[in-house]
Design a binder for this molecule. Sequence first.
Ligand SMILES: [Zn+2]
Length: 419
Amino acid sequence: MKLLIRGVALLGGEIRDIFIEDGRIVEISASSQRVADRVLSGKNRIAIPAFINGHTHAAMTLLRGFADDMPLKEWLEEKIWVRESKLTGEDVYWGTKLACLEMIKSGTTVFNDMYWFWEDSARAVRDMGMRGILSGVFIDMFDLKKAEEQIHANIELYRTAEKYKPYVTFALGPHAVYTVSKRSLQWIREFSEETGAIIHMHLSETEGETAFSKERYGLSPVELLSEEGVLSERFVGAHGCWLTEADAQILSDAKASLVNTPVSNLKLSVGKTLPYRLVLEKGIPFCLGTDGCSSNNNLDMMETMKFAALLAKFGTNDPTFLPAGQALHRASTAAADIFRLGDWRIKEGATADIILLDTSRPEFVPGFDSRSDIVYAANGYSVDAVICLGRVLMENRYVDGEEEIMEATRKVARKLSRR
Ligand SMILES: [Zn+2]
């Protein structure tokens, strides 16, 4: 498949042709002479690298609007886990498809997920032509029999993931320190060392999580993971709101990464923000994520960029913190480094995961500073076209089959609520 984007603006303001072949950017020039199978007009469009959603639970679209305005513990234990216990694989397939649709429509081509019915999520990702780093929810509640079952299940998922290449990458998903035993953490460390799989875990999200860890182990969640050898450059911790300075140093020494989820943290009111200044000082790599649709309630990375930038300024009492260009970097190229997705810039030889934003919309007028307009003025609706691995997933804001996906998901969500 050869694709040409004709006459599109880049972030620096220059107008270029971008020629893409076999999922890679082959040529960026003032006027390409190459012949393409498909041509997209870049008129009134700006091309930027696609967004990467660093932490979500895609099929939770099924629970959007189902339980809001509640304390985290009650919300999770009395509402979310109760309804999730009734989920089927088919529900998850459609919930994930809807999530993919929503992510494509707001400019995301890759997401890092943790959810039940792994293979149904994988099918949905493949059918949508997107890319998912998928982990199951590894929970054993300190029960050794459950731990063994989870270990077996994860070995199977790792093998199954082969079938879904290049769309799906397997990751290990230990839920959190308050739901996973040391025995399982040890196995997770070994399996990650053996296979290179990413470890995706909720980390230092709430005060309660920290208190649990201190009481059970006499250690903070980060100290516990460090002691069990779980932290490495393959470790990605979501949230990180309650990190101490000592925790940040440990993460930095281990080259572990974090995902900032500002909207979810604000909505569930976890009491603290990611300690941005500390994270930057220690040089901990971090990217941005939306979290699932029952704690956000959308998957719009453009909205998340704005929240992240605002919360970083508010949290540090410094309006120069996380400027627009940095927020954009955290939502795309920084995440590509964390998830080892290769060169994510708009550059010859790089991966062709590109989105086109519609600069004829009011939020881009008068157009003094593209980065500022993208982060502070625009939102997911400003995305006009999405290219993933060199394939066009959306053009003129239309995704193939979108009406059917929404209708089918409405039906399965209604059935689930009556079960
Ligand atoms: Zn989460």
